[in-house]
Design a protein around this ligand. Structure first.
Ligand code: ADP
Ligand code: ZN
Ligand code: ZN
Length: 738
């Protein structure tokens, strides 16, 4: 009998498996799919995942290398997760090995054990005392010993940081014989007592209907879309459903958008539940992430809360998946494996036969369409919970009015009145920096990024020009580089400029700016939020960071300085995004007792989409926008795949895409497939970025199945094209940026 062949997924962009012989002396009966092996790969050693064991290989026997080492006594990935990864790799036409790279915690990819962890514990030695005379002149060691004396059973290594103990002091104490350490088996975290720490709110009728509908669907696959206006109590619906899931002995997975990870969401969960909550987001370190992942897999976490990639967390007893703010673009991964976590969450729920609840005040048109066609059950919360009333929308026509740092005179008056009444004002402007353009008044020179087809933004406080597309930065020039005169003027307003102007206009009130620049330091955002929560009258100026999730009960006026951007853009999704942003920002107003007002500054006060949004609300807007998409044959009424390419030389990317387009046409004729159009290639919306010339080719299909039948063979053909190695290219299935 020939030796069995191990087929492994390796961290490589190549969309194929790699064949190896078993490590010397390894009985193949021990091998199961999902186990990790260390293998030689080129000149490196890498960690691969066993996908299948096969009887033969295309690789000649003498070329076949042996794996070096089996890393797992049993598969660290449960079969369900393996299946999800395979589905993902296939759907997005991505290498399975690289898919594991995006889905698994970094330490597992590096070969770290995935079994019960052993941990080092620190404990006072027999008879050791903090007032030991040897510590008289070592205050840090004395403090460390005092802190550890509070924990007679010892402290695990992982907790040292939290207790502000540093390892160096502990080593010194151990050398003196005052401290000992030992390796103990990780003990599963036990949980005792009832699930609730806090009484549940009595639900209103719509909330109760929603909870009831999902509860009735527990135990099988069902998809629900919870469309609830801002402040309607969606979170309360989530919490009460999760309680039922926990009571049935199952786990809940909650996905939230990146930006929402203010402590607010987490706080509501920890205040409500006596439960083991695992948190997974970009701020969580590698070790902690692995621990959370293992705890979820082994059923030691009851609730898993995380951003996009938390979707790939294995659950021992899955019960329910919730995707909050399901419309949020941060669920789509924009590089490497370009997956959409919301879409995959639905796939996962179907695979695991559990319900999924997608919630939003501004559902994506895709999800609304799925609700209209009956694939999702639509649950609506039309009213704000408690006593809060919906905000009032005013469209303020700023045609031919003077704008002062983006602010029109009537808006300035409204802000003044609100502050004088002791309330807070939120001013929204989706543009960071001081001004988006720096212009020479004498010769018309404009500060352009040398690497992109884009203007540079002036950041006056740092005296810098920065490109927001490639990160290029240079010092703010004092004289024009073209004519050497000194009349350089900032044109237009960003948050910095608006902040500065508001501070001059309203000197008696604090102005707080909230954007990526002002909150770069870790403690900055919590500090700003704490000031706002004190409730005194103040002005908040910010970008979309302000739009999401926050609850500002004292804000009664929301001003949107520029509501027009989304109405002009070439991207067919721009108006949907603009509407979502407006409604989400508006939703920050009047969430408590006082009613809120939203002022939309616009040059297009009569634009039908804007009128509909302001007067009839988001769902009416969405119905209209869906009709336009249907008429134009755009998603969700069509299915797209976008091939992007970029290269250093102009024309090179287009050349590659021309050939790619020809390959697609050949395949369409040969297979044959109908209902698919090949559009392009065309230059990318920003043709040059970070020094590369970019172009794209679009496949547009009336139904999904033929498109996916094309993609597999098409990618195989692309990989063989002569340009495939000189041009940087990638396929985006269901792209959201065109
Ligand atoms: P959403 O998630 O829909 O924006 P939240 O869940 O944050 O809304 O609820 C908004 C506010 O209403 C919160 O302060 C919440 O405590 C409160 N709330 C929610 N449900 C109820 C209810 N049934 N009765 C009273 N207050 C409620
Ligand atoms: Zn000039
Ligand atoms: Zn640039």
């Amino acid at each position: 009998m020939p030796a069995p062949i191990l087929r492994l997924a390796l961290p490589s962009p190549l969309r194929r498996l790699f064949d190896y012989r078993a490590p010397p002396g390894m009985p193949t009966a021990a091998l199961q799919p999902g186990m990790r092996l260390r293998v030689p790969f080129g000149r490196r050693e890498v960690v691969g995942v066993l996908v299948e064991v096969s009887g033969h290989s295309e690789v000649p026997a003498d070329k076949l290398k042996a794996a070096l080492e089996l890393l797992d006594p049993r598969p660290p990935l449960p079969a369900s997760l393996l299946r999800l990864c395979r589905w993902t790799a296939h759907y997005y036409q991505h290498s399975l090995g690289d898919t594991f790279g995006w889905a698994l915690p970094a330490l597992l990819r590096q070969g770290e054990p995935a079994e019960r962890r052993q941990e080092r514990w620190w404990q006072l030695a027999e008879g050791a005392r903090p007032d030991d005379p040897r510590l008289a002149r070592a205050p840090r060691q004395r403090e460390a010993l005092q802190a550890l004396a509070q924990h007679p059973r010892g402290v695990p290594q992982a907790v040292l940081g939290k207790l502000q103990l540093n390892k160096a002091s502990l080593d010194l104490l151990q050398a003196k014989g005052l401290l000992r350490s030992e390796v103990r088996e990780h003990a599963p975290r036990e949980r005792h007592g009832g699930w609730l720490l806090q009484a549940e709110l009595p639900l209103n009728d719509e909330q109760r209907e929603a909870v009831e509908a999902v509860r009735a669907g527990l135990g099988g696959f069902n998809a629900f879309l919870l469309a609830g206006v801002t402040g309607s109590g969606k979170t309360e619906v989530y919490l009460q459903l999760i309680r039922q899931v926990l009571e049935s002995g199952r786990q809940a997975l909650v996905l939230i958008p990146e930006i929402n990870l203010g402590p607010q969401t987490l706080e509501r969960f920890t205040r409500r539940f006596n439960a083991r909550i695992a948190l997974l987001h970009s701020g969580v370190g590698d070790r902690e992430r692995l621990d959370a992942w293992l705890a979820a897999r082994d059923g030691e976490a009851d609730i898993v809360i995380g951003t996009r990639s938390a979707l790939f967390t294995p659950l021992k007893h899955p019960g329910l998946i919730i995707v909050d703010e399901e419309h949020d673009a941060s669920y789509k991964q924009q590089e490497g494996l370009r997956y959409h976590a919301r879409d995959l969450a639905v796939v996962r729920a179907r695979q695991e036969e559990i319900p999924i609840l997608l919630g939003s005040a501004t559902p994506s048109l895709e999800s609304l369409h799925n609700a209209h066609t009956g694939r999702y059950a639509l649950l609506q919360l039309r009213q704000r919970a408690g006593h809060a009333r919906p905000p009032r929308f005013l469209r303020l026509d700023v045609k031919s009015r003077p704008l002062d740092a983006g602010i029109s005179p009537p808006l300035q008056q409204a802000i003044g009145r609100t502050l004088a009444a002791g309330q807070q004002v939120l001013v929204f402007l989706n543009r960071r920096g001081f001004a988006p353009t720096l212009l020479c008044h004498d010769c018309g020179w404009i500060a352009q990024c040398p690497r992109c087809d884009a203007r540079m933004t002036l950041h006056q406080r740092q005296r810098e020009l920065r490109c927001h597309h490639c990160g290029h930065a240079e010092r703010q020039p004092t004289a024009c580089p073209q004519c050497a005169r000194v009349d350089l003027r900032p044109v237009g307003a960003g948050t910095e400029r608006t902040e500065e102007r508001l501070a001059t206009l309203f000197p008696d009130y604090p102005v707080l700016r909230i954007d990526r620049d002002s909150t770069a330091r870790k403690d900055a955002l919590p500090r700003l939020l704490a000031i706002i929560r004190r409730g005194e009258p103040c002005l908040l100026v910010g970008t979309q960071m302000l739009a999401k999730g926050h609850h500002f009960p004292r804000v009664t006026l929301v001003a949107i300085l520029d509501a027009d951007g989304g109405l002009f853009s070439a991207d067919f999704r721009a108006s949907e995004r603009m509407a979502q942003l407006i409604v989400q920002v508006a939703g920050r107003a009047g969430r408590a007792e006082e009613p809120g007002t939203v002022i939309l500054q616009t040059h297009l006060a009569d634009h039908p989409l804007l009128v509909q949004l302001a007067e009839q609300g988001y769902l009416a807007f969405a119905a209209q926008a869906l009709e336009e998409r249907r008429a134009a044959g755009l998603p969700p009424f069509a299915h797209l795949a976008l091939l992007r390419a970029e290269a250093h030389r102009p024309g090179q990317a287009e050349g590659f895409l021309e050939q790619a387009g020809d390959e697609a046409q050949h395949l369409l004729d040969a297979l044959p497939l109908s209902g698919i159009e090949v559009l392009g290639p065309v230059p990318a919306p920003m043709e040059r970025r970070a020094g590369r010339h970019r172009a794209q080719l679009l496949l547009q299909a009336t139904s999904r199945a033929p498109l996916h039948r094309l993609l597999g063979p098409w990618l195989a053909a692309l990989e063989r094209l002569p340009g495939a190695r000189t041009v940087r290219w990638s396929l985006d299935v269901d792209p959201i940026d065109l």
